[in-house]
Design a protein around this ligand. Structure first.
Ligand code: NAD
Length: 424
């Protein structure tokens, strides 16, 4: 039996230290009590499990996997599950902490969590992935539940995996538990609008930022890194709004056309060929060069650490919208701030997914499902309100949007923690 532990990764810094340093900066900004900082700097619970999985050739692989809850002061914890060879415990803890701030900033009654399995889903068959997912669910079955901790998709997972989690949990309970996981397919209690929700939320943020600069979305030049759930849908929605998508990429590289890429044709090309490279009317561009392109909006929608101290100086976009979690390191943040680049932080810009996940959870608990127009209107209301609150603090205290977003979110979690009191 072979064990697959974390592989060399995309991570250029320790993400957990990065998340904690962001929290410490905000603690100073809002005069957070030191005892409170001690509480919020740690994760409530981190579970490490081994997930033995029978492979199609008859061998058994033991995959290392995690589920981390950062904080539950405001409600059950919520966060995606990542399947990627570079998953680490430190990364999962950082992502769980960011989920706490994201849910608080959006005003959702959730804390933060995250899960991850060290595996390469691209090299696994559907049957292997199903066995892995069902065993992982069983290993963490006491950690999750509609009132406890509610997973969702992240990098490398999709509605398909959520359906397997829903089914495995329900089989163990003996009845269907719709509220145990979100991002499910529509046929088993998913919400209309969930698949596009993260990209739609990011679009609302871009639109609000441009509006404050008296610029329309139409005609803006946008470069997008990552062509999965977030990046692909962001390209489709923004191009539908008249923006010019000048570059797109996935893990194997990117494509570029300064006059604008036909996004629907690129989606079709990727579906047929498995890669963006060679899409009609485009030239190849590397992921390293894509982030330095001359454009109005740069949207890193892949993994952490796309913009670091090494390349932030070369960014030519006016606005960076963090579709991914943690794509801009704190050092890059400072460089971009000095250069007047507006960074729309992940906890705000990609929160659309968890907002509609919240809607899915509510619909599942009520067993009453909403129209897509209702989902999108409510999403718009929540994200636009959070943007306005963040923008107001950003302007009033002359601080970056990230610090403003964190200040609001951390303040809300601290307030809930104080109100509940320390048990016992
Ligand atoms: P996904 O698995 O659907 O897509 C990831 C994409 O990134 C793929 O196109 C992949 O090829 C590309 N990629 C991977 N490594 C890359 C690299 N080194 N350079 C360029 N591209 C690379 O994942 P997703 O759901 O779209 O998530 C993307 C990011 O958005 C993650 O940071 C995730 O945590 C964040 N996020 C996702 C959601 C959601 O609802 N799916 C919500 C909030 C945040």
């Amino acid at each position: 039996m072979a064990t697959l532990a974390s592989q060399p990764t995309h991570l250029k810094e320790d993400p957990w230290e990065m998340a904690r340093s962001q929290l410490r900066r905000v603690a100073t900004l809002i005069d957070l009590d030191e005892n409170m900082l001690n509480v919020l700097s740690e994760c409530k619970k981190a579970v490490i499990v081994s997930v033995p999985t029978r492979m199609d050739d008859g061998s058994v692989q033991a995959f290392e996997a995690f589920r981390v809850n950062h904080n539950i002061a405001r409600g059950p914890s919520k966060g995606g599950i990542r399947y990627h060879p570079g998953v680490t415990l430190a990364e999962t803890k950082a992502l769980a902490m960011w989920m706490t701030w994201k849910c608080a900033l959006m005003g959702l009654p959730f804390g933060g969590a995250k899960g991850g399995v060290v595996c390469d889903p691209k090299t696994m068959s559907v049957t292997e992935l199903e066995r892995l997912t069902r065993r992982y669910t069983t290993e963490i079955i006491n950690q999750i539940g509609p009132e406890v901790d509610i997973p969702a998709p992240d990098v490398g997972t999709s509605p398909r995996e959520m359906a397997w989690i829903f089914d495995t949990y329900s089989m163990n309970k003996g009845y269907s538990v719709l509220g145990v996981v979100t991002g499910k397919p529509l046929t088993v209690g998913g919400s209309l609008g969930r698949v596009e929700a993260t990209a739609r939320g990011a679009t609302f943020c871009v639109r609000e930022a441009l509006r404050r600069r008296d610029q329309p979305v139409a005609g803006r030049r946008v470069a997008i890194q990552g062509f999965g759930n977030v990046g692909r849908n962001l390209a489709l929605i923004l191009s539908g709004d008249g923006a010019r998508i000048v570059a797109l990429s996935d893990s194997s590289g990117g494509i570029h056309n300064a006059d604008g890429i036909d996004v629907a044709a690129a989606v079709e090309h990727k579906r047929e060929n498995g890669t963006l490279g060679g899409a009609p009317g485009t030239e190849a561009i590397s992921n390293d060069d894509l982030v330095l392109l001359d454009c109005d909006v740069l949207a890193p929608c892949a993994l952490e650490h796309s913009l670091t101290a090494e390349n932030a100086d070369g960014v030519r976009a006016d606005i960076v919208v963090e579709g991914a979690n943690g794509p801009v390191t704190p050092a890059a943040d400072r460089i971009l701030e000095e250069r007047g680049v507006l960074v729309l932080p992940d906890v705000l810009a990609n929160a659309g997914g968890v907002v509609v996940s919240y809607f899915e959870w509510v619909q599942g608990l009520q067993e009453y499902f909403w129209k897509e127009s209702e989902v999108n209107a409510k999403l718009n209301e929540i994200v636009t309100r959070a943007f306005a609150e963040t923008w107001e603090l950003h302007e009033r205290r002359s601080i970056p949007m990230r610090e403003a977003a964190y200040a609001i979110a951390v303040g809300r979690v601290a307030e809930a923690t104080t109100t509940r009191g320390l048990y016992p």
